[in-house]
Structure formats: structure tokens, C-alpha cells
Design a protein around this ligand. Structure first.
Ligand SMILES: C[S@@+](CC[C@H](N)C(=O)[O-])C[C@H]1O[C@@H](n2cnc3c(N)ncnc32)[C@H](O)[C@@H]1O
Length: 273
């Protein structure tokens, strides 16, 4: 893959091992319902889940809107769309659509709610994406964005300097690794009003987030490979990255591990006038 467009290409083509890891990472847990609270989703709502991945969150939202509503999941990865469609079999009020060119296959004003969880950091042109999300949202409808900010991650026992090095080395996988802090300004600049920002943090001490750290390790490999092609020194070598990963795994076994990655919850309305 071309490293300059890796941030989007790595979602278009996902190898089996990563599909399995993502299914574990994106599994929807009841405890995550608080992430959706600012979206104020209710029965009968028509909802777009932009970047729906394997479809777990869209299926949870389908329970919230009931059969009088509808959930549309949209994703750039065709395999995710096919798997999510299978998971939704027999549920007529959920449908999944593949997008290849950024154009959402819905008419103007088709939905009451737009949700976008951990996606805006990957899109090639965030302004164009927000304009498209605004187009499909009905006047008076609400957008709710949930995003990480990779400048706010804590991994103990690494300490800040190694956390910064590890995630900077993996940043080839993101178009905007600091999207969390930028989301409210972006929504405001792209025509949304009544913006609200909340930050929600979970502390993982049991190692549930190791798949996230291992996933970053695969992104670091892509950066190392790209550096190798040009003869440049990588920001972090494979040995250094493996040693950090092993430290984290040992800390889980020792009961001293801590991972925290706050989620920025940013909501706004499309003005009705
Ligand atoms: C980190 S995953 C999040 C999946 C899901 N929203 C969740 O939180 O469980 C990012 C998702 O965004 C999708 N994605 C990335 N770029 C996209 C784009 N330009 N248009 C639509 N989907 C995109 C990926 O294929 C992937 O499913």
C-alpha cells in the first residue's frame, strides 16, 4: 500500500487477522450506551451510522429506534458491509450500504440522526465528509461524533515519552490523529449549531485494550516497511515496538497495567431555518 494514502487504504483492504481483531474491538457492550446519550435517539428515528464497521453499534441502535425507525450503516469496507448485512438478517429496519466515492446513497434530509464513531480521523477530506453528512441530515436533526485523540492516551508501564513515540510511529494510519480536540471546531465551521462537547474516559486495567495496542503495532509495521523502501530510519524499530508490547503484556499479568483513551463526544444540530 502507498504510505501516503495508507490512512484510508488500510480500511479498504483488511486481511483476515485484522477482521477478527476488529470484530473483538468493535463489539458493542451495554456499558457503552452512555456514549450515545447526547444523540438523544428515540423510537421512530431514522439514523445514519457513518463508518459502521462490522455493524454492532448499528444493531444496538436498531433496538433503540424500533421497527418504526430505520438504521442505515455505511462503510468504505465491502467485507464489513457484507458481514453486517448477514448479522442484520431478518431485521427489516436495518440496512448497510457500501460507499466507494464518499457519496452516501441517501437523499437529502433522509435521517433524523447522524452518528459517527471513530471514523473522522480516517477520511481524506473531513470538510467534504461533514458536508455530505449535513446533506443527508434533516433540518433540525442532530449529528453526534465520538472520537479518540491519540495525543491523550495513557499506557502504563510505558510512561509518556514511549507512549508518544509508539503512537506517533503508528500515526500513518490516521489522516488526523488529533481529531478529538478538533471535532467541535469542525462541526461549527461546517454549519452545525448548538455544539456540545463532553469527554468520557474508561480505565482498563485488565488488558481488554491490548488488541488496540497490537493493532497499532500492525500500523507501525506499515511505517517500517515504507521507511525501508526509501532507506529512511523508521520512527520506531520493530524491536523497540515489540519490547513495548511485551512490557504491556507483562504488566497485564502483573496487575500493574493501565490504559486510558478518552472519547470526545461532540454533538450539534442542523439548523432548521
Ligand atoms: C475504527 S473503525 C470504527 C467502526 C465503528 N464505527 C465502531 O466504532 O465500532 C473505522 C470504520 O470507519 C470506516 N471508514 C474509514 N474511512 C471511511 C470512509 N471514508 N467512509 C466510510 N467509512 C469509512 C472503516 O472501514 C471502519 O469500519
Amino acid at each position: 500500500m502507498d504510505i501516503d494514502t495508507y490512512y484510508t487504504d488500510h480500511w479498504k483492504h483488511i486481511e483476515e487477522e485484522r477482521i477478527a481483531r476488529y470484530e473483538r474491538m468493535f463489539e458493542w457492550r451495554d456499558g457503552q450506551a452512555a456514549l450515545l446519550a447526547p444523540a438523544a435517539i428515540g423510537p421512530g428515528h431514522r439514523v445514519l451510522d457513518f463508518g459502521s464497521g462490522p455493524g454492532f453499534m448499528a444493531l444496538a441502535i436498531a433496538d433503540m429506534v424500533g421497527e418504526s425507525g430505520h438504521v442505515h450503516g455505511v462503510d468504505i469496507n465491502a467485507r464489513f458491509v457484507a458481514d453486517a448485512t448477514q448479522r442484520a438478517a431478518g431485521r427489516g429496519h436495518v440496512s448497510f450500504h457500501h460507499v466507494a466515492d464518499g457519496r452516501i446513497p441517501l437523499p437529502d434530509g433522509a435521517v433524523d440522526r447522524v452518528l459517527c464513531k471513530n471514523v473522522l480521523e480516517y477520511v481524506p477530506d473531513v470538510g467534504a465528509t461533514l458536508a455530505e453528512l449535513r446533506r443527508v441530515l434533516a433540518p433540525g436533526g442532530r449529528i453526534h461524533v465520538m472520537d479518540s485523540d491519540w495525543g491523550f492516551v495513557v499506557v502504563e508501564p510505558w510512561g509518556k515519552a514511549d507512549v508518544d513515540r509508539y503512537f506517533a510511529a503508528a500515526s500513518v494510519a490516521f489522516r488526523e490523529p488529533h481529531i478529538g480536540r478538533k471535532a467541535q471546531g469542525l462541526l461549527r465551521r461546517h454549519g452545525f449549531a448548538d455544539i456540545e462537547v463532553r469527554i468520557q474516559a474508561f480505565a482498563d486495567t485488565a488488558g481488554r485494550s491490548l488488541p488496540v495496542i497490537r493493532n497499532m503495532r500492525s500500523y507501525i509495521d506499515a511505517a517500517i516497511e515504507a521507511a525501508g523502501r526509501t532507506g529512511a530510519a523508521p520512527a520506531l524499530s520493530a524491536e523497540e515496538a515489540d519490547a513495548l508490547l511485551a512490557d504491556a503484556e507483562r504488566a497485564v499479568d502483573a496487575g500493574t497495567f493501565l490504559f486510558a483513551l478518552p472519547q470526545f463526544l461532540v454533538s450539534g444540530n442542523k439548523p432548521s431555518g
